[in-house]
Design a protein around this ligand. Structure first.
Ligand code: G1P
Length: 294
């Protein structure tokens, strides 16, 4: 039986050291692409995939995110008084159903696997999605929805995958690919951040996962892996062969917004597409290219 997929974990406890000083007192997930923080893109993607319950695995200094998904009574009253109904609706539309958002604290940053494990009591015996907000995936159909649609047919575990330059394998979980069927590829092996000469392929795991609850017992027993951290990839590798495990070559563009260059690229590309900024930014980009003779 294919287990229902209604819950999503957002590991948001990371320190964001790749983005200092911006992230000194602000969570990296609150960095804004055009007009929305990264975490909101990820939460909206989860809703698009049919997720109903949101679980943030958070840490010290991350309370801006809790406030972002809550009422701001003063602000709402002011907007109401001023007749700013569009802005008011925008704020109200993004509020989760009361009781459908939960926060679990990861007391120590021990890695992605540990963060996911911290949410175990809220998941129980269900399938769960995991979304890493600094991977912004932009396209016509939300990446997690593409995955959830296939998951509801094939079950098991599923990860979003894409080819990366060979010299970048040490930044990602890398798949040892088995048989392929259209956009689905069987996962025959997984290695976290292998050096290019040791990588089984150039097919990388992107921060979108659908996992079976068996992952939690494996995470509980998981020792440190790459970088001395408890790696989700290592426990996922232990599920291979026990149940279906697929990679989905999703449609859309992935921006690495944990990286300064990737973040700027996301801003430019999404600003070009955004109806409020598109025309002006198109002109600006052309002007800059001319001025700097790019
Ligand atoms: C994490 C995962 C890695 C995955 C990557 C995608 O790494 O551990 O397997 O490929 O996200 O962004 P991190 O970027 O947190 O080091």
């Amino acid at each position: 039986m294919i287990k229902p997929l209604k819950k999503a974990i957002f590991p948001v406890g990371g320190l964001g050291t790749r983005f200092l000083p911006a992230t000194k007192s602000m969570p990296k997930e609150m960095l804004t692409v055009v007009d929305k923080p990264l975490i909101q893109y990820a939460v909206e993607e989860a809703y698009a995939a049919g997720i109903e319950e949101i679980i943030f695995v958070t840490g010290r200094g991350k309370s801006a995110m809790e406030d972002h998904f809550d009422h701001s009574v003063e602000l709402e009253q002011t907007l109401e008084r001023r007749g700013k109904t569009t802005e008011l609706e925008l704020l109200r539309d993004m509020l989760p159903t009361p009781g459908n958002i939960a926060y679990v604290r990861q007391q120590e940053p021990q890695g992605l696997g540990h963060a996911v494990w911290c949410a175990r009591h809220l998941i129980g015996d269900e399938a769960v999605a995991v979304l890493l907000a600094d991977d912004l995936v932009h396209g016509e159909v939300a990446c997690l929805k593409q995955m959830a649609d296939v998951y509801r047919e094939v079950g098991g575990n599923m990860i979003a995958v894409m080819e990366v330059p060979h010299e970048h394998t040490s930044r990602y979980g890398i798949v040892n690919p088995g048989a392929a069927k259209g956009k689905l590829v069987e996962v025959a092996g997984l290695v976290e951040k292998p050096a290019p000469e040791k990588a089984p392929s150039d097919l990388a795991v992107i921060g979108r996962y659908i996992l079976q609850p068996e992952i939690f017992a494996l995470l509980a027993a998981q020792g440190p892996g790459a970088g001395g951290e408890i790696q989700l990839t290592d426990s996922m590798a232990r599920l291979i062969g026990r149940m279906p495990f697929h990679g989905l070559r999703f449609e859309g563009t992935r921006y690495d917004c944990g990286d300064k260059a990737g973040f700027v690229e996301a801003n430019i590309c999404l600003a070009l597409e955004h109806p409020a900024t598109g025309p002006a930014i198109r002109q600006t980009v052309a002007d800059i290219a001319r001025r700097l003779k790019l």
